[in-house]
Design a protein around this ligand. Structure first.
Ligand code: F6P
Length: 497
């Protein structure tokens, strides 16, 4: 890397649990953490700052204040004893914040408000309603938590020469400016992993929020996204909302005498690590069970793997499947929709409601079309990585019909691991669509008739065409391997320095 790196993300690379009196380290989850952990060896002696997720994280944090813990990320993550060396290893600094402030920050502002605004999920005739409670959650939660994390980042870069600060995601939009004030010598990037809307979308937030959040982000030298479309939207918002002059050809703007670049670095997956993980015994067992339950005799399988997030559009996916069975009755008994869904953010009302809607939509299709020996939708509410890898391998069709999505790594993982030449149904609003439109079948997130027609086309597609598309998609994913994702950012930041 050549420079000390300080990373910040809400979820960390590792989390601690206590079972039978023993402390155990487990890998963090989520695409961002998986991607960064897979390439930790490229990060030198990085410090990774993150929030505490469990009580045991808080205990670890308290025992190792303020220097953080050394964690080995080789096979399974583990704590390193004082002086013990291993590679790749990182220093992890957990930040504990007051639980009430964290609740306001996470369950009122980051989710749902920012998430819904940026994914275009609000029905604007009725939501959002910005109340006094929202304003206090913004000030006492989001702003306060950002200040707390910014102080830890500033402390971690203090005394280092030309540090590189890589901030991540919508939880921390105010941190770049706060860090710049305290550490003017730092080169700062902020990666936004979720979509960035056009100005009309961003203006759903009142000026007291939208201007401050944007100005906070403009403390960075580079604001990074997964797609060029989101980078353009961001520049457009800064121009429209803050009157910042934009150099469109160079994809950058002027702000307070500095240049701020908006760049696209599409994230990918660790193809080698993923292929190895898919060969584990647990994955093979799940594959055998999926085949026994749903395949054989020419039967086919539609799969989706998601968090139960409203942005993933699970309900319309089931409506489309119902439409398919209605339009093509010959498929009844021949095709199953297997959905492996991980309940997510259930302390946010909108998410709890959406999970209930998912259950109701699956039940409605099953009630209408089930027959002896066949149930059309197999809904599994679970967090099971081995099962997900097995489902990718056995799928004939993978549904990614997101309302909006920053990237969607499920699409990339599935085309790599497919053993049945999966046909990818990919929303035109998923970030991955910028790379995978050609080999995929594009779906429109709101049109369930079109989604049903795409399911039908995928199920009936000749084997040779399925193979051609799947191979082409896998080639694209391999070509954008995740280590290149990081290297491109580091090269650009080195250029800026
Ligand atoms: O990409 C957005 C993101 O917030 C990731 O940072 C995270 O891994 C994932 O969504 C899951 O969200 P949460 O951390 O809120 O469970």
């Amino acid at each position: 890397v050549g420079a000390p790196v300080v990373l910040l993300s809400h979820r960390g690379p590792v989390s601690f649990e206590r079972a039978d009196g023993q402390r155990r380290a487990v890998r963090g989850t989520g695409g961002l953490v998986t991607a960064l952990t897979g390439i930790a060896q490229n990060l030198g002696d990085a410090v990774w700052i993150c929030g505490v997720s469990t009580e045991e994280d808080a205990a670890v944090a308290a025992e190792h204040q303020p220097e953080g813990v050394r964690v080995s990320l080789t096979a399974e993550p583990r704590l390193l004893a004082g002086g013990e060396a291993d590679r790749p290893a990182l220093t992890v600094r957990f930040v504990a914040v007051d639980p009430e402030r964290h609740r306001q920050f996470y369950t009122e502002i980051a989710n749902p408000l920012l998430w819904f605004v940026q994914h275009g999920l609000y029905p604007l005739a009725s939501a959002p309603v910005i109340t006094p409670q929202t304003w206090s959650a913004f000030e006492d939660g989001y702003v306060a938590v950002n200040e707390r994390f910014a102080a830890v980042v500033a402390d971690a870069v203090a005394g280092r020469d030309d540090p590189l600060v890589m901030l991540h995601d919508y939880h921390f939009y105010l941190v770049p400016e706060l860090v710049r004030r305290r550490a003017p010598g730092a080169t700062i990037s902020h990666f936004v992993h979720i979509p960035w809307p056009e100005p009309d979308g961003w203006r759903v937030l009142p000026p007291g929020m939208r201007d401050r959040l944007l100005a906070g982000l403009l403390g960075a030298d580079v604001v990074a996204f997964h797609t060029d479309r989101f980078a353009r939207n961001f520049l457009y918002c800064a121009e429209d909302v803050l009157d910042a002059p934009v150099d469109w050809a160079r994809r950058r703007l002027s702000w307070q005498g500095r240049q701020v670049a908006a760049r696209a670095y599409p994230i990918s997956v660790d193809a080698v690590g993923l292929t190895a993980a898919a060969d584990a015994p647990a994955v093979h067992e799940h594959r055998a069970a999926i085949r026994a339950a749903h395949l054989g005799d020419g039967r086919q399988l539609i799969v989706r793997v998601d968090r139960t997030d409203p942005s993933k559009n699970v309900v319309r996916g089931f409506l489309a499947f119902g439409e398919l069975l209605e339009e093509h009755p010959e498929l009844q008994g021949r095709v199953t929709f297997l959905a492996s869904l991980m309940p997510s953010r259930q302390d946010v009302a909108e998410y709890a409601d959406y999970l209930a809607e998912i259950g109701a939509a699956a039940t409605a299709v099953n009630a209408r079309y089930s027959r002896r020996g066949w149930q059309p939708v197999d809904l599994r509410l679970q967090e099971d990585r081995s099962f997900a890898l097995a489902a990718y391998a056995e799928a004939d069709v993978l549904v990614v019909n997101a309302v909006n999505d920053g990237m969607n790594l499920v699409a990339k993982e599935a085309v790599l691991l497919s053993e049945r030449d999966v046909v990818l149904l990919l929303s035109e609003n998923a970030g991955a669509h910028e790379e995978l439109a050609e080999p995929a079948l594009t779906v429109h997130p709101y049109d369930v008739v079109q989604q049903a027609a795409a399911m039908y086309a995928a199920l009936r597609m000749p084997a040779a065409e399925r193979r051609r598309r799947r191979t082409a998609a896998a080639e694209i994913v391999r070509g954008g391997d995740v280590s290149r994702w990081l290297q491109r950012q580091l090269d650009d930041l080195a250029g800026l320095r």
